[in-house]
Design a binder for this molecule. Structure first.
Ligand SMILES: [Zn+2]
Ligand SMILES: [Zn+2]
Length: 785
């Protein structure tokens, strides 16, 4: 029902940020006419004071939302643009600072501290502008004037009533800057009997220009204009301003709770806190009645809003979730449940529509009081902690990426050197990886990873680690690891590796072959067992005690032997074992997977961790020390400034070159033949031995070779050796005794006479039972019985 407006004779521009009602009143004042006349000129009808008026779509308060026809009518009459007119109504802040019911044209009071009616004001602004009101003052989020550095006023200094609770009387000529409230007991439409007190005379708290309250107010007003919250904890993931306001409201609400309020003195700006304390305990001693649900509705006054909102924004304006959590901790500490606990689910009582960011801040605040398994489940060390959300299927998916025993490359850094055995630590740490962001219970986690550990071990190990000084670093490392595993593919399916039958891994024949090829000592049965166990651990990702019965390692002597064995690996043997592992996987139908893998250890960069870093060890120096073999492994570890565990691990991954062999070992291991092959080819030997008919001794001497080696080489080349039919010379004992003892002839002399080698003559002396003279002995008497 809009009457066709004509153009008004007076053109009065709204002041920047002015509310529609203020401008209409200013126009009426300028025209010196009752407000109702101006509204009629603009086509804004009177709401009849009868039943059924609510059906007419004539709002009680025009400053909330205008229909487009109404906007057009005002635009035509005033010459203002439609956008400018809409910008003077609370619709400008819809979904950003208020929620408007567009059918009823009302502010939703249950949301975002919506304020249905009334407005605060800055006395100085009213004085400067001649009584023009800012639209933003109508928001319950407005508590301070950032120009005049004072809190807004709530009430008329004369009648102490809240301003603009009702629209201005249509019958009265407005007096901007003066209280328009009726005198008590007068008629509603009586244009004269108004309070008319100078509002600019209202007293409010003045604060220094750089006060946090003004920064907070400016931040809110900017956010309302942009509609986006990107401050503090929202910086990484900007949110609609309504989301941030719901969070600010939730935190401010907790701050205003009676149990928490007392802590405000310590954290809120001192001047605000002191003033606030004054309002709570007025001089007359009559305490203000406590609100039933503090913070649920907008605080009634600017001072309470200022202290609650400034403190809440201070918490959320921290650069990280962790720091925000620390800032919030005094609130969570003060809001424990009946049992004295602050639990993650208590956040549900903070209000509806709480964002994931505030939930993260809340979890970060609870961190020190959470159980260690909850710290992991709620990812309190993550950049953004969150509530567990994984399902049974995602737990199973993650378990395929995790070996039963945590990768040694990780556990070496994560495990304190002197607290528990790595064979217990590693499966427990692997199990704890399944807890991140998950509700899975500990026994199930242990089972999913092949039961290499159990619930009590996981929880015991985690408690031991938490008690240590390095727990924050360890928790961060595990968190980064869990996040990495979730975000990246892993080239090994560890669930499949756990399911392989390892009974026939590296059979004895294969091991012998490897030893022959690499020159590694074959050793006894337990050496074979240890090698199989080592290979089993490497392929399966499982700990030593889960190996098949034939080579399981459960006792200390075997464990000791296992770790000693790792120090005796050579590059050739390690490579051969890797080949054997690859062949084994191939036989199991597993192709395209590496034998072993580990997530990048660079994820642990910058963290304070308990274990020594394997990367810090000088590998060349380690090889030198191990090859010198003058000290045992723990001394070498000490010299290298690392742990025995790290040293053993590095020796497996980077075995030192083998030590030079004694000539006997060299021959024994068949490598002499290889060396001989290198200097004497088959053709050359055939030419010398068969064609030129030189003797083996002659040829051996010519090439600097051992005669036995040369004989073997000839066999290797399949060159038939000449057999001499030599008459066997027999030495007579009487002759030998006569010549050797009585005539004192040397063995060489006698050998020459009988055409045999001195060694052969020496053998005859033994056979005949004649004691030999020791070297340099001139007389044989001592040798004669
Ligand atoms: Zn002001
Ligand atoms: Zn008044």
């Amino acid at each position: 029902m809009i009457t066709v407006p004509r153009t008004l004779p007076v053109r009065l521009q709204p002041v920047p940020g002015e509310a529609l009602d203020s401008w209409l009143e200013a126009v009426a004042c300028r025209l010196d006419t009752p407000l109702g006349d101006v509204m009629a000129e603009f086509g804004l009808p009177v709401r009849p004071n009868t039943r059924g008026a609510c059906l007419l779509d004539i709002p009680w308060e025009w400053t909330i939302l205008l229909r487009s026809a109404e906007v057009d009518a005002i635009a035509k009459a005033s010459g203002l643009t439609p956008g400018r007119i809409t910008g003077m109504t609370l619709a400008h802040y819809d979904q950003r600072a208020v929620v408007i019911d567009s059918v009823k044209r009302q502010v939703a009071r249950g949301q975002l501290w919506g304020r249905g009616r009334a407005s605060r004001f800055c006395p100085d602004c009213l004085a400067v502008t001649g009584g023009r009101w800012q639209l933003s003052w109508r928001l319950s989020w407005s508590f301070a004037c950032t120009i005049h550095h004072r809190l807004l006023a709530d009430r008329c200094p004369g009648c102490h009533r809240v301003q603009r609770e009702r629209p201005h009387s249509r019958h009265a000529i407005p007096k901007p800057g003066r209280c328009a409230c009726r005198q008590p007991g007068t008629n509603r439409n009586d244009p004269v009997s108004r309070c008319h007190h100078e509002l600019a005379a209202a007293k409010t708290l003045q604060l220094p220009a750089d006060h946090r309250a003004f920064k907070t107010q400016a931040l809110l007003l900017d956010m309302f204009e942009s509609g986006i919250a990107s401050f503090g904890v929202f910086a990484g993931d900007p949110m609609p301003s309504a989301v941030a306001l719901a969070d600010i409201k939730a935190v401010a609400g907790r701050i205003l709770a009676p149990a928490v309020r007392s802590g405000l003195q310590a954290v809120a700006p001192g001047d605000l806190a002191a003033a606030h304390l004054g309002t709570l305990t007025p001089p007359d001693g009559t305490a203000r009645p406590a609100e039933a649900r503090p913070g649920y509705m907008a605080p009634p006054d600017a001072l309470t809003t200022a202290i609650a909102v400034t403190t809440a924004v201070d918490i959320l304006d921290q650069p990280t979730i962790t720091q925000a959590g620390e800032a919030l901790r005094w609130v969570t500490d003060a809001t424990r449940d009946a049992a004295g606990h602050s639990t993650p689910t208590n956040i549900e009582s903070w209000g509806r529509n709480i964002s994931t960011r505030l939930r993260a801040v809340y979890l970060a605040a609870l961190d020190p009081s959470l159980r260690v398994t909850d710290q992991i489940r709620y990812r309190t060390a993550a950049l953004v902690p969150c509530f567990p959300s994984t399902s049974a299927s995602s737990d199973a998916r993650r378990s395929r990426k995790i070996p039963s025993a945590l990768w040694p490359e990780w556990s070496l850094l994560l495990c304190p050197v002197k607290s528990a055995y790595s064979r217990i630590m590693r499966p427990a740490l692997a199990g704890s990886l399944l807890l991140f962001g998950s509700r899975i219970d500990l026994p199930d986690a242990a089972k999913l990873l092949g039961s290499a550990t159990d619930d009590s071990n996981i929880s015991r190990i985690l408690q031991i680690l938490r008690a240590g000084a390095h727990w924050p670093g360890i928790l961060h490392a595990l968190t980064r690891l869990a996040e990495h595993l979730d975000a990246h593919p892993v080239p090994i399916d560890y669930a499949r590796r756990r399911g392989i039958d390892y009974d026939h891994l590296l059979p004895a024949a294969h091991w012998k072959q490897i030893c022959r090829r690499t020159g590694a000592p074959l050793g006894r049965e337990h050496r074979h067992q240890v090698v199989r166990n080592l290979l089993f651990q490497r392929i399966s990702g499982m700990p030593e005690h889960l190996a098949p019965a034939a080579y399981v390692i459960k006792d200390t002597p075997r464990r000791t032997y296992l770790s000693e064995f790792t120090a005796s690996l050579t590059p050739a043997l390690a490579a051969a074992l890797d080949d054997a592992a690859r062949a084994f996987l191939h036989d199991q139908g597993i192709r395209g997977e590496p034998v072993a893998w580990h997530p990048p250890t660079s994820l642990m960069d910058g963290l304070d961790l308990p274990g020594p870093d394997p990367a810090a060890v000088d590998i060349e120096l380690m090889h030198e020390l191990v090859m010198a073999a003058q000290s045992n492994i723990s001394t070498i570890a000490e010299q290298l400034g690392t742990s025995v565990e790290v040293l053993r691990h590095l020796l497996q991954r980077h075995p030192p070159p083998p030590p030079p062999l004694t000539s006997h070992q060299f021959r024994a291991r068949g490598q002499a033949i290889a060396a001989a092959q290198a200097v004497l080819s088959r053709e050359e030997l055939t030419r010398l031995y068969c064609d030129e008919r030189r003797s083996l001794g002659e040829i051996a001497e010519g090439f600097g070779l051992n005669r036995i080696t040369l004989t073997r080489l000839a066999n290797e080349y399949a060159i038939p050796l000449r057999r001499y039919r030599t008459a066997r010379t027999v030495i007579d004992r009487t002759w030998f005794y006569e010549q050797y003892v009585h005539h004192h002839r040397s063995l060489a002399d006698l050998a020459q006479e009988k055409a045999m080698s001195p060694a052969n003559m020496r053998r005859w002396a033994k056979i005949l039972g004649v004691p030999l003279r020791s070297r340099g002995e001139s007389r044989p008497e001592s040798a004669i019985d």
